[in-house]
Design a protein around this ligand. Structure first.
Ligand code: C2O
Ligand code: CU
Length: 587
């Protein structure tokens, strides 16, 4: 199999193709020739691109960052074709928050759930968001640091009318600008001579931004246009690489939160949002009436975005603009921020959010069959790495994707499970997997610890692939299940896919427990699911884990027999300019 994985080259060894065809005996295996029309087409390129008046060689989707907005329908199948038009890099596309509803080999996690898409090839992903998951998502490359620019909004439209009334909606996608290229950043972060990526140069809104230092230049602040008197659903997407931000809007009353990570919540009023990489929130915003605008000095108001928990605070802006006879000024950046500078609010909205629709599936403490405490900390030995249960995980660790190994009988999950249980950590260091069996109820605890070398601590937005987990909160110190159980009393934990493990201080004693985040998950969907910090730098430095839900039988029972073209790098499930892919229709 290894011969089928020429590093980064778009040449397909013939025997891989032949192997792929040899398996093609299933009825649901369809040649996606010219008669096949995908619902969406994403073309990934790497090229020079300018944001906030700064140039960079970046990975783009359909020529821009963010890429186009995708709209999927709740309960319906969508086909998304992803072309890798880059010459020398692999790519994958991940449907962030929708892992459980993507066909097998389509979650976009390279070397976990699938082979990456080789240069010159394309891949058709099939996604069917389950009813109950209408909401705000995004897609992004899951390879290396590409996700800093290779991102785009993804909205799942509801089958039934939204329980909330609003006139229109606006997407507000936050991303970071880094001056160094992806390659330079990855090289620096993984080198024995560690070099930090540098801090974000700008937090961009819908790819746009302007810094106070941009005295001249064509770049503008992003404008979010509204009309007086209307109610808007603002969909905020935390597509940043690093930045954890606080966001507030000048001159307006409270936001009302109605959605977190793809699920409607009971409305909660707030005057600011705290958004990490990977999180999404929808809020209702009542636009000012024409009368109110007459009283105001201006018809434009600043969104103020402040980075949290970094060595230096960066404040950037976007503009809420009301139609006006005079053009909106998108070039002036306020010299003094109009709103107070924000600090981290520990546990923002923890224990407070509640599902809009009654949820009867929350696993109680008594139902939990196994608690997996994952200690996370930084260590500097030959390299600077982030470790979970003492190990890092990088795309370069497995020789082939776990899901592929499972299908080929090369991964014995029963043995792995045994080792994981014997380790006492739930972790099998041979495969670097956290295996779990169907019907287990897991409590996963991310336990922050001081760095080995200097006791340093950071915020980590942990993201779970697969089915969304119940977030059962977070706190300072060491996780205490009894204490948290008391705290949970009378609350209604929501399911979500990204929540923050906070650093409550900058430093502590090396390896001292200092902050935790806990989740509960019923193990139902068999598959290979990554759970990782969503900060791209941290991912590149090993802050990723892989869970395997179910054994080989369970995975194959859930996913069905798989065509061989998925099992090799550049296999026949991946098309190129000379041939069409043989694609398994899963749903
Ligand atoms: Cu949005 Cu595995 O990530
Ligand atoms: Cu992190």
């Amino acid at each position: 199999m290894l011969g089928c994985f020429p590093k980064m080259r778009g040449i397909l060894p013939t025997f891989c193709l032949v192997l792929g065809l040899a398996f093609s005996t299933q009825a649901n295996l369809i040649l996606h020739d010219d008669s096949f029309q995908p619902d969406h087409i994403l073309r990934v390129t790497a090229q020079n691109y300018s944001q906030a008046c700064m140039d960079r060689y970046s990975v783009l989707v359909n020529g821009s960052s963010p890429g186009p907005e995708l709209r999927l329908q709740e309960g319906k199948v969508s086909w998304i074709r992803v072309y890798n038009d880059m010459e020398d890099s692999n790519v994958t596309m991940h449907w962030h928050g929708l892992s459980a509803f993507a066909a097998p080999f389509s979650d976009g996690t390279p070397m976990a759930s699938q082979w990456p898409i080789a240069p010159g090839h394309f891949f058709d992903a099939e996604v069917r968001p389950e009813i109950g998951y209408a909401g705000t998502y995004f897609y992004h490359s899951h390879v290396g640091f590409q996700g800093v620019t290779a991102v785009g909004p993804l909205i799942v439209e509801p089958a039934d009318p939204s329980p909330f009334e609003y006139d229109e909606e606006r997407v507000i996608l936050l991303s970071d600008f880094f001056a160094k290229t992806d390659d330079v950043i990855e090289e620096g972060l993984t080198s024995s001579n560690f070099t930090w990526s540098g801090e974000t140069g700008a937090v961009l809104v819908n790819g746009q931004g302007r810094l106070a230092t941009n005295a001249t230049g064509a770049c503008s602040l992003a404008a979010i246009s509204v009309e007086p008197g209307k109610t808007y659903r603002l969909r905020f997407i935390g597509a940043t690489a690093l930045s954890f931000v606080s966001l507030a809007l000048e001159g307006h009353n409270l936001f009302e939160i109605i959605e977190a990570d793809g699920h409607y919540t009971k409305p909660v009023k707030t005057d600011y949002l705290q958004i990490s990489s990977g999180q999404r929130y929808s809020v209702l915003l009542k636009a000012k009436t024409e009368e109110e605008l007459q009283q105001a000095e201006s018809r434009q108001f600043y969104f103020q975005i402040t980075t949290l928990g970094r060595p230096a605070v960066l404040t950037t802006f976007a503009v809420l603009e009301y139609s006006s006879p005079t053009a909106t000024d998108l070039k002036t950046v306020p010299a003094t921020p109009p709103l107070p500078v924000a600090n981290v609010t520990y546990g923002w909205m923890d224990y407070a959010l509640e599902s809009y629709f009654p949820d009867t599936d929350f696993p109680t403490a008594a139902e939990v069959t196994r608690r997996i405490v994952i200690n996370v900390h930084q260590n500097i030995s030959t390299h600077t790495v982030w470790l979970q249960s003492g190990y890092d995980w990088m795309e370069t660790f497995p020789k082939s994707p776990y899901l592929v190994d499972l299908y080929q009988g090369n991964l014995d999950l029963d043995a792995s499970y045994k080792r994981a249980i014997e380790s006492g950590l739930g972790f099998d260091n041979l495969t670097r997997l956290y295996p779990a069996q169907i019907n287990e109820v897991l409590e996963i605890v991310w336990q922050n610890q001081g760095a080995v070398n200097n006791g340093g601590l950071e915020n980590h937005p942990f993201h779970g692939h697969g089915r969304h987990y119940y977030d059962i909160g977070g706190g300072d110190g060491l996780y205490n299940p009894e204490e948290n159980e008391k705290r949970l009393n009378g609350t209604h934990p929501v399911i979500r896919d990204t929540s923050v493990l906070y650093s409550y201080r900058k430093k502590t004693t090396p390896l001292a427990p200092s902050g935790w985040r806990a989740w509960r998950i019923r193990v139902t969907n068999a598959g290979v699911w990554m759970m990782h910090c969503h900060i791209l730098q941290h991912m590149v430095m090993g802050m990723q884990t892989v869970f395997a839900f179910g054994d080989q039988e369970a995975v194959m029972a859930q996913s069905g027999p798989i065509e061989g073209g998925y099992l090799v790098y550049g296999g026949s499930a991946y098309g190129n300019s000379t041939y069409s892919p043989l694609v398994q229709h899963f749903f």
